[in-house]
Design a binder for this molecule. Structure first.
Ligand SMILES: *[C@@H]1O[C@H](CO)[C@@H](O)[C@H](O)[C@H]1NC(C)=O
Ligand SMILES: *[C@@H]1O[C@H](CO)[C@@H](O)[C@H](O)[C@H]1NC(C)=O
Ligand SMILES: *[C@@H]1O[C@H](CO)[C@@H](O)[C@H](O)[C@H]1NC(C)=O
Ligand SMILES: *[C@@H]1O[C@H](CO)[C@@H](O)[C@H](O)[C@H]1NC(C)=O
Ligand SMILES: *[C@@H]1O[C@H](CO)[C@@H](O)[C@H](O)[C@H]1NC(C)=O
Ligand SMILES: *[C@@H]1O[C@H](CO)[C@@H](O)[C@H](O)[C@H]1NC(C)=O
Ligand SMILES: *[C@@H]1O[C@H](CO)[C@@H](O)[C@H](O)[C@H]1NC(C)=O
Ligand SMILES: *[C@@H]1O[C@H](CO)[C@@H](O)[C@H](O)[C@H]1NC(C)=O
Length: 190
């Protein structure tokens, strides 16, 4: 009896585990939504358990504070697992909510939602830096990265958005450390 008991328990656990898998992640349910955003370029991606024999289609919906769901311009019925939302989430300060609706054969699923505020959730950078030498000095020029934000087709720069952006430049030599604040687009001579 003692020898059979553990094997019996393991068998039950295994069966319970395997049979509960499909319920927690039905095939075609989009999950693990990620919105990667830098310099106001917003790209949503997700994962989905898929049956290779059935083509799944996805629709990305988003809402602003009015909570009217809108379909993302280029993602109304797509097969790939990502969507460029740069042109959709273009109001800087609005708290957006996003989710993915999937169509697999005759079944439909909705992912959980993801919240996103462009102004605070986008990352900035990296800047373009030029370093040149001059007589007894180093000339460092910092240029801001290009923003993907547009207002009526016109590009909106990061300066238009944040008004003022400063960088810290640190010069380290054997015997000293020198720190300067440099504003965007400008040159600094160390
Ligand atoms: C997909 O179709 C093939 C051939 O029709 C079949 O052998 C296979 O089991 C199917 N796969 C799934 C996950 O249904
Ligand atoms: C996303 O769309 C924006 C605006 O149309 C474009 O500038 C950017 O290159 C696109 N990014 C990707 C990864 O497709
Ligand atoms: C939709 O896709 C087309 C073609 O790839 C592209 O030119 C356009 O900028 C995209 N629109 C949006 C809103 O991303
Ligand atoms: C962006 O959102 C702000 C605040 O909610 C609103 O006042 C403004 O009209 C919106 N702008 C656009 C272009 O939708
Ligand atoms: C998914 O969301 C859409 C839009 O809100 C709704 O019309 C649809 O019934 C939902 N589908 C499911 C399976 O919950
Ligand atoms: C530093 O570089 C900038 C951009 O190349 C240039 O306009 C500026 O004159 C340079 N300054 C010095 C002191 O060389
Ligand atoms: C850096 O120098 C290169 C070559 O001179 C130039 O094309 C580029 O615009 C410069 N970038 C900055 C940030 O000054
Ligand atoms: C920085 O340079 C770009 C073009 O290189 C220009 O459009 C922008 O207005 C400049 N910003 C500042 C703060 O001078």
């Amino acid at each position: 009896m003692w020898f059979h008991f553990p094997a019996y328990v393991i068998c039950i656990l295994c069966a319970a585990c395997c049979s509960s898998m499909p319920e927690s992640f039905p095939e075609g349910l989009p999950f693990n939504l990620k919105l990667e955003s830098c310099n106001f370029e917003h790209v949503l991606s997700w994962q989905a358990g898929t049956d290779p024999n059935v083509t799944a289609h996805y629709r990305v919906l988003y809402a602003d504070h009015s909570r009217n769901w809108m379909i993302a311009q280029n993602c109304s019925y797509i097969e790939h697992l990502s969507c460029n939302l740069t042109e959709d989430l273009k109001n800087l300060s609005v708290p957006y909510r996003v989710f993915v609706w999937s169509f697999v054969g005759t079944k439909e699923f909705n992912s959980s939602t993801l919240d996103f505020v462009p102004l605070t959730d986008t990352c900035l950078g990296p800047p373009e830096v030029n370093i040149s030498s001059c007589l007894n000095c180093i000339n460092v020029t910092v240029k801001l990265p290009t923003s993907h934000l547009r207002n009526n087709e016109k590009p909106v720069s990061l300066i238009d958005i944040y008004k003022n952006i400063d960088y810290y430049i640190t010069l380290k030599t054997f015997d000293r450390e020198h720190k300067e604040i440099c504003s965007a687009n400008s040159s600094i001579v160390l």
